[in-house]
Design a protein around this ligand. Structure first.
Ligand code: PLP
Length: 471
C-alpha cells in the first residue's frame, strides 16, 4: 500500500541537522544543499524506493535540488529542509500515481472503462498464480513430448459457453474484429447497416477498422431503419461477410427497425457468413437490451466476437466463437501470431470461464445482482457512527456500463454528501485518498454509489467520510 500523501507534510528530518534552518551557513552566501545520499536515507523519501525504484527516486531528488539551486540563483529564494522533503515526496507521489492504483468504484457504473472494466475474482487470480510463477506446458503436448497447440482448453471452454463448434482468444475485441476482417474479408466487401457504423470508446470506429483491415465497406439501410432486403440487395460475388455490430454505448429510440440475428441469418440462407460483434460478452439471459452470445450462435451467426473484460468479468481479451472452418482459418493466419495473448491471460481466462460454466459469478455479476435492499444495508453500515446531517442515503440509478445495455438504468442506492463545499472539490479530495474513492456529481451534489462497492472497502469509505466531515 502506498504511503499516505498527507501524512508526510511537516515531517521532521531524521538527523535533525537541517531542522527548521535554511540551507545557508553563517559565513556563506550560498545555500547549503543537502547531499543526495543523505536525502535518500530520509524515511519519508526512502519508502518510495520499493515502489518506483531507487534510480527514479534519485532522479527526483536531483531534480528538486536543481530547482532550489536555480531559484536561489534567480531570486535568492530559500526553503527549509521540511519544504524540500515535502517537494520530493510530492514528486514521488505524482510519479507513483501514474501507475494504475487500486480505487474504490462509487461511480454507479459497474463496468467502467476508466476504472479497468471488470475486476477478476480472487480465486481466479490465485488459481493462475502457480502456473505463472513456474514453467508451464503452454505449447508442449504432454502425451507426445512434442510441441503442442497453444490455447486449446480456453478454446474448448469458450465453445461450450457459447454452444459453438470452435473458439479462440486474442488480445481484445478490437483485435478480434481486425483479425476476422483481415483474414476473411481483405479486398472483399463487408455489408454493414448505416445504423451500426458506430464508434465505441476511444479510437474504435467500425469504418476505420474495416478500412485498416483492407476490407471494403458496403453501407446499407438508413440510420434508423435497415431491413433484410437492404442486406440481400447488397450481396454480390465480392461479398465476404455481413457484419452486425451491437450498439454498446447508445440507444436508438423511436421509429427504428432492424432484423434480428435469426431473421438475417435465415434471409442470407448461408450464402454469406454472418459476423456479430456482440461486444459485452453477456452470457446470461434476461439482461435488458442484450442478447447472450449463445443466442447469436443458435440463431445462425457464423462468428461472434466479444470482450472478456466486460460482462464476462474476466481479463482483457477478445474472444471469437463460431464455425470450426472459420476459426481454423483464423488460427492459421500469421496475423494471429501477432494478436495472440500470453499464458497469463490464457490461464486467467480459462479459470473465469470454468467458474462461469460451474455457475460461480465474477465480481461484476455479483454487483449486478446486488439488490436495492442490500445496497441500503451497505449504506447504513458505511454511515454507522458518522456525524448527523452530513450524509444521507438516496435512491440513485446505476448502469452496467462497459458497452452493455446502453440506456438501461437499474435501481441503486447512493450516499449523498451534504457538506458545504463545492462538489468538484469534494471529489478531488476523495480521489487523493489511498486508495482513491471515485464518486460522481448529480445536480451539484456528490453521490457515492453503493452498487459496485466491495465489502472490504466499507471501513475505508466510513473512515474517509468521517475525516471528510471534519475537514
Ligand atoms: C467494447 C466493444 C468493442 C471493443 O472491445 P475491446 O475489448 O475494448 O477492444 C468492440 N465492439 C463492441 C460492440 C464493443 O462493445
Amino acid at each position: 500500500m502506498a504511503p499516505a500523501v498527507f501524512k508526510t507534510v511537516g515531517c521532521t528530518s531524521r538527523s535533525g541537522r537541517f531542522d527548521s534552518c535554511l540551507f545557508r551557513t553563517m559565513n556563506e552566501h550560498r545555500p547549503r544543499i543537502p547531499q543526495v545520499e543523505t536525502l535518500l536515507q530520509e524515511p519519508s523519501v526512502s519508502r518510495w524506493i520499493p515502489l518506483i525504484s531507487r534510480p527514479m527516486v534519485t532522479m527526483i531528488v536531483r531534480e528538486e535540488l536543481q530547482k532550489i539551486r536555480q531559484s536561489w540563483i534567480e531570486d535568492k529564494k530559500e526553503i527549509t529542509h521540511e519544504e524540500l522533503l515535502d517537494r520530493i515526496v510530492r514528486a514521488c507521489v505524482a510519479r507513483y500515481r501514474r501507475s494504475p492504483q487500486r480505487v474504490v468504484n462509487c461511480t454507479g457504473v459497474i463496468i467502467h472503462t476508466n476504472l479497468g472494466r471488470s475486476p477478476i475474482a480472487h480465486e481466479t487470480w490465485d488459481a493462475a498464480g502457480e502456473l505463472n510463477t513456474a514453467y508451464s506446458s503452454l505449447e508442449l503436448d504432454l502425451d507426445t513430448g512434442k510441441r503442442g497447440q497453444r490455447n486449446s482448453l480456453a478454446g474448448d471452454l469458450l465453445s461450450l459457453l457459447a454452444g459453438a463448434e470452435s473458439a479462440m482468444v486474442v488480445n481484445n475485441n478490437a483485435a478480434a474484429l481486425f483479425l476476422i476482417l483481415s483474414v476473411l474479408a481483405k479486398r472483399k466487401e463487408v455489408i454493414v447497416s448505416r445504423g451500426e457504423l458506430v464508434q465505441i470508446g476511444g479510437g474504435f470506429r467500425i469504418p476505420d477498422i474495416l478500412r485498416q483491415s483492407g476490407a471494403r465497406l458496403v453501407e446499407v439501410g438508413t440510420t434508423n431503419i435497415t431491413t433484410c432486403e437492404d442486406y440481400l440487395e447488397a450481396v454480390t460475388e465480392r461479398t465476404a461477410l455481413v457484419l452486425k455490430v451491437h450498439r454498446s454505448n447508445f440507444a436508438l429510440r423511436g421509429f427504428t427497425g432492424e432484423p434480428t440475428t435469426a431473421e438475417l441469418a435465415t434471409a442470407l440462407e448461408g450464402r454469406v457468413p454472418l459476423l456479430v460483434d456482440q461486444g459485452s460478452g453477456i452470457v446470461r439471459r434476461g439482461m435488458p437490451g442484450e442478447t447472450p452470445i449463445e443466442n447469436h450462435i443458435r440463431q445462425g451467426a457464423s462468428l461472434v466476437c466479444f470482450s472478456a473484460d466486460k460482462a464476462l468479468g474476466s481479463v482483457q481479451a477478445g474472444c471469437i466463437v463460431g464455425t470450426r472452418k472459420m476459426i481454423t482459418k483464423l488460427l492459421q493466419s500469421p496475423l494471429y501470431r501477432v494478436l495472440r495473448p500470453g499464458k497469463t491471460i490464457l490461464t486467467l481466462l480459462e479459470h473465469s470461464v470454468v467458474a462461469h460454466l460451474n455457475g460461480d459469478m465474477p465480481p461484476v455479476l455479483t454487483c449486478i445482482d446486488r439488490s436495492v435492499r442490500e445496497q441500503q444495508e451497505m449504506g447504513l453500515c458505511v454511515l454507522e457512527g458518522l456525524p448527523e446531517g452530513r450524509y444521507s442515503l438516496a435512491g440513485a440509478p446505476m448502469t452496467l456500463g462497459g458497452g452493455s445495455s446502453p440506456d438501461e438504468y437499474r435501481e441503486g442506492v447512493a450516499i449523498r454528501v451534504l457538506l458545504d463545499r463545492p462538489a468538484e472539490e469534494i471529489l478531488r479530495r476523495l480521489r487523493s485518498l489511498d486508495p482513491p474513492i471515485i464518486g460522481t456529481i448529480d445536480k451539484k451534489v456528490v453521490l457515492l454509489h453503493l452498487g459496485a462497492l466491495f465489502e472490504e472497502d466499507v471501513p475505508h469509505l466510513r473512515n474517509s467520510l468521517r475525516a471528510l466531515a471534519e475537514w
